[in-house]
Design a protein around this ligand. Structure first.
Ligand code: BF8
Length: 625
């Protein structure tokens, strides 16, 4: 396979070529070697009990049923719902860890972190009707963590952030019976219902999948974003370098890859620790160079301007540079293949989280009450590796500078100015047609398709048609590497969007952070509804979502919470249903007639863009704009 067909990222392509020379296997090679199972790809198999596993024929899906009698619709719905549950569990477990850290900080049990953003603390507290007037941050924070704990544990009723849901959307959820309770309850019920012999109606399974997904989007993920902002600071635009060229040959290079920002925050302290810097210099280095990858990288890039080396499909490839002196990981999207590649280049691969060990990696547990014990050790291991470097070093040169860090709060400020505030100017520009609509382009890269290629082509087509694009996760990194995160990229935009970008001085694509920060898109959408003029619910807005290169169950959970929130959502690569089955048609059509959003699928990014634009135009027409 030609490296140029594997990726649109020149740095990654260069490293694939070097890996072949070095005899190192990467995920691109494994993908080529592992043909996707066609029955599994269509979700036509079931292994939820031990009378099977049962395989149905995707070409004739109603011919047979499973041993228990499960139809193709039940099987596909259960598989889909379990993906939603796993994805929601990942985000909410991450959010719960952030909330526990917040609680321990507030109660003085953890001393290495503090509340950095008191303004945001007050703002979030007020959004939940917590009294703030005349109270200390500690008093407000205590009420806040107690209330937010119910996001996870609440057995009945509606979770706290449903207060942020536009009334029209909330009314629809209540009518459909999908207002989420605590995530633990929803995920537990989802796993129960998909056990053999429980819920065997695809519509009822989908209903619980929506409720579970909403407990993530408006629950676990939103808590994670808001608490991380309160503890570590709310992002505002910052110029950052992205791409493999952020590695430095003459420095000790440390990569942090994963999802929870606390490890990374403490790493930032350790790499500036005087004695550690001195020992790096004593080892012959110019200093210590800390860079991020994947989602915690995206958060640190947005909050503190820490350089970002690449997205999911580049995490093995970057070690082929020979210049990575340590890679420390925490949770999620960490390929087990990293261990073998790390071994080839004598790079210490360090797992740090109790929930995620990897055979062949070194485990150094990260504990929040004593973070430097772990993070200092990572630095020491990296310095040792630097001293003993014995591999040829080849670092791709590319570094793409651009503006990152567009929180929902900053978008409000940027578009409205300090005095006017609010989303009025965005809504006005949508109503007057300068901006046709807003698209969220999110999600992973996937070695089954050319890395970054669909992200870039899709976004280019959207902005050319005056659609403002919000980005998160690996999609954001793809566009940064392609040079779209600068105000000058406005020339790619259609005349209306270009005018808005030039007036405000912003790029035509706004990067909002990590995957849990998709919650910022939900908040922005709610603010657009609240501003007026664009309908009463999120389903009325001229907006659309896409994940053109997704690979994870988390992406399915995100897609389902966008759909359940009212957003038309298109996924690329492959879709785990069989066309023209009842379940497929329900996701792709039926849900919309119930008043929420709907799913769609397109492999070609230009086709995907035009499906999204057609939906935006349909909504504009319905709004009479
Ligand atoms: O949560 S976009 S590959 S890194 S799953 Fe993973 Fe996908 Fe990247 Fe972050 Ni999100």
């Amino acid at each position: 396979l030609d490296p140029k067909d594997c990726t649109a990222c020149d740095s990654t392509s260069q490293m694939i070529t070097k890996a072949r020379k070095d005899g190192v296997i990467l995920h691109f090679d494994r993908a080529a070697d592992m043909k996707a199972c066609p029955i599994g790809a269509d979700s036509a198999c079931c292994k939820n009990c031990f009378m099977g596993p049962c395989r149905l024929n995707p070409r004739d899906p109603y011919k047979k049923a499973g041993v228990c009698g499960a139809t193709i619709d039940t099987i596909m719905a259960r598989n889909f719902a379990r993906a939603v549950a796993a994805g929601a569990a990942s985000h909410t477990d991450h959010g719960m860890a952030m909330l526990e850290l917040f609680r321990d900080v507030v109660n003085g049990k953890v001393l290495d972190y503090e509340i950095k953003d008191e303004f945001k603390l007050e703002r979030v507290a007020k959004s939940l009707d917590i009294e703030t007037e005349g109270r200390t941050p500690k008093e407000i924070a205590t009420d806040l963590y107690k209330q937010l704990e119910s996001t996870y544990t609440q057995v009945d009723g509606e979770i706290p952030f449903t207060k942020r849901v536009p009334q029209g959307t909330l009314d629809t959820w209540r009518k459909l019976g999908i207002v989420p309770r605590g995530a633990m309850r929803e995920i537990m019920e989802m796993m129960h219902r998909t056990h053999m012999g429980v819920d065997q109606h695809y519509k009822n399974i989908t209903k619980q999948a929506s409720r579970t997904a909403l407990s993530d989007g408006w629950g676990g993920s939103m808590v994670s974003t808001e608490i991380s902002d309160i503890l570590f600071g709310t992002p505002s635009p910052i110029n950052v370098g992205v791409n493999m060229g952020v590695l430095k040959e003459d420095m000790v290079n440390i990569i942090i890859h994963g999802h929870e920002p606390n490890l990374f925050e403490s790493m930032l302290v350790s790499v500036n620790e005087k004695t550690l810097v001195e020992s790096a210099v004593a080892a012959g280095a110019k200093g210590i160079n800390l860079v991020g990858m994947c989602c915690s990288g995206a958060e640190m890039m947005s909050r503190h301007g820490v350089p970002h080396a690449g997205n999911f499909s580049s995490t093995e490839a970057i070690m082929v540079t020979g210049a990575v002196d340590a890679m420390a990981v925490d949770i999620q999207c960490i390929k087990q293949g990293l261990a073998a590649v790390a071994q080839c280049y004598d790079t210490p691969l360090i797992t740090t989280n109790t929930r995620a060990h990897i055979e062949g990696a070194t485990h150094v547990e990260f504990e929040e009450h004593n973070p430097s014990a772990c993070t200092d050790e990572i630095v020491i291991k990296a310095i040792t590796r630097f001293k003993n470097r014995r591999h040829e070093i080849e670092i791709p040169k590319a570094v793409n500078d651009g503006v990152q860090g567009f929180s929902h709060e900053y978008i409000e400020y940027m578009l409205g100015g300090a005095f006017r505030g609010g989303y009025a100017p965005l809504n006005e520009n949508i109503i007057n047609g300068r901006i046709r609509g807003v698209a969220g382009v999110v999600g992973c890269t996937n070695p089954r398709v050319k890395q970054d290629d669909s992200h870039v082509k899709l976004v280019k087509e959207l902005i050319k048609n005056d659609v403002l694009v919000l980005l998160t996760g690996c999609a954001q990194i793809a566009l940064a590497k392609a040079g779209f995160s600068v105000p000058e990229a406005a020339h790619y935009a259609g005349p209306g969007l270009q005018e808005v970008c030039e007036t405000v001085g912003m790029p035509p694509v706004l990067g909002l952070g990590s995957c849990v920060d998709n919650s910022r898109i939900l908040i922005a959408a709610s603010a657009m509804v609240a501003q007026g003029g664009l309908g009463n619910s999120i389903a009325d807005l001229p907006v659309a979502g896409a994940a053109p290169e997704y690979m994870s169950e988390k992406a399915i959970a995100i897609g389902q919470y966008f759909v359940a929130s009212g957003v038309y959502t298109v996924f690329g690569v492959t879709f785990p249903t069989i066309e023209d089955t009842k379940f497929h048609n329900y996701l792709f059509d039926g849900l919309e007639s119930e008043g929420i959003g709907k799913w769609d699928h397109a492999i070609d990014p230009i086709e995907m863009a035009h499906k999204m634009i057609a939906h935006i135009d349909k909504k504009r027409k319905e709004l009479g704009i």
